[in-house]
Write a protein that binds this ligand. Structure first.
Ligand code: SAH
Length: 346
């Protein structure tokens, strides 16, 4: 299996080309071919000499994914199921908002975090995705949008997988997305979401990048959170909150706390009260998310009226929050649903 050339950051490609005796302006040319003109074949690089094109062909592919399935929702959400070169399947979602077009990228094949409400966890992790396999998901969507002269403006790493369990590849991917000669998407339009791997949050805090950090919180006390999310047994809320405060201090950036509303589980008034105590004094806001039901897990979604009640309670307690509207409800847009179905697990 050949690597994809999308795996390289600008600096890595530059080093690779230097080793081959090339001049450094080649790196710029090649990045432009890949990310501006978005070529599908190395032979299209008309200002690159034949011998180098042959070297590329011997060592790399451009596109390491094949479309297996595509579902489009009435609200503009599009869900893609891709096959990787070794046959594994990953999902990607395009979401259309007033502010732009956001691609939700998968970072691993399956996931080992075992969150009890999530469809991704139905399939254990087979392997990490390379930086280029994440990039290829975005490039596929961007090439589709090119026909309409539209562009991907935002990226969230909220597909299948735990990005902080594949830290280096995720950082390389974001670097290329953000690079002026890459996709040039602003750092503040890029978001990483983690279930709360504390050492990686601390490492991320020291990168001093402007990407958004989102934390899947989902419960305001340790007993409940440990039941819903096994990661909490390794890194309880006190450690998580300390790491987040450290991140805020070092970066002066607001953190998003994601909170799925699960009926009769974490949606009671006392949960709102506990949540307000937990986030007090933090530079954070709570994003309330409607639950996308995964039949296997037995959790139920909260109706709109109850969600609004929880939201009002938080607001009264002085917690900044938003209530996210559901996208793609008429397709299998919940994390991991399309793939789990394709693999016969749903
Ligand atoms: N592993 C990372 C990123 C992937 S999950 C993380 O845990 O943050 C992206 C977000 O979707 C997380 O907040 C996750 O908890 C949430 N999620 C998972 N299953 C969901 C479902 N069925 N409905 C709504 N949100 C879900």
């Amino acid at each position: 299996m050949k690597k994809t050339i999308y795996d390289f950051t600008y600096e890595q490609l530059n080093t690779w080309l230097m080793d081959k005796g090339e001049k450094s302006y080649r790196t710029k040319q090649i990045f432009q071919w890949l990310y501006r003109r978005r070529i599908t074949d190395f032979a299209m690089m008309s200002d690159i000499k034949q011998s180098l094109i042959e070297t590329f062909n011997e060592n790399f592919v451009i596109d390491p994914i094949k479309l297996k399935q595509r579902q489009a929702s009435k609200d503009g959400t599009v869900k893609y199921l891709f096959e990787l070169q070794d046959g594994f399947l990953v999902e990607t979602v395009l979401m259309q908002f007033d502010y732009g077009k956001s691609v939700c990228v998968s970072s691993q094949v399956g996931c080992n975090m075992g969150c009890t409400f999530c469809a991704s966890g139905l399939l254990k992790k087979n392997r990490d995705l390379s930086a280029g396999e994440m990039m290829a998901q975005v490039m596929y969507v961007q090439k589709e949008l090119d026909v309409r002269d539209e562009r991907v403006s935002h990226i969230v790493i909220m597909g299948t997988g735990e990005p902080f369990d594949n830290y280096d590849n995720v950082m390389d991917f974001l670097k290329t997305v953000n690079h002026d000669l890459g996709l040039a998407i602003g750092a503040r339009h890029l978001s990483v979401s983690t279930c709360g791997i504390v050492p990686r949050i601390k490492q991320f805090a020291r990168e001093h990048v402007q990407y958004n950090l989102a934390i899947s919180l989902h419960a305001p006390n340790d007993a409940l959170r440990s039941k819903l999310m096994p990661i909490n047994q390794a890194y309880p809320l006190s450690e998580l909150m300390d790491a987040l405060k450290e991140y805020s201090t070092l970066n002066n950036r607001r953190i998003t706390l994601e909170y799925i509303l699960l009926k009769d589980v974490n949606d009671q008034p006392e949960h709102a009260t506990q949540l307000s105590k937990l986030v007090k004094g933090m530079n954070a806001y709570v994003n309330l998310i409607p639950y996308n039901v995964v039949d296997e897990h037995g959790f139920r979604a909260v109706d709109v009226a109850s969600a609004l009640k929880f939201y009002d309670k938080l607001m009264k307690l002085g917690v900044k929050s938003t209530l996210r509207k559901e996208n793609g409800g008429d397709i299998d847009a919940a994390c991991g649903q399309l793939r789990a179905k394709a693999e016969g697990k749903l």
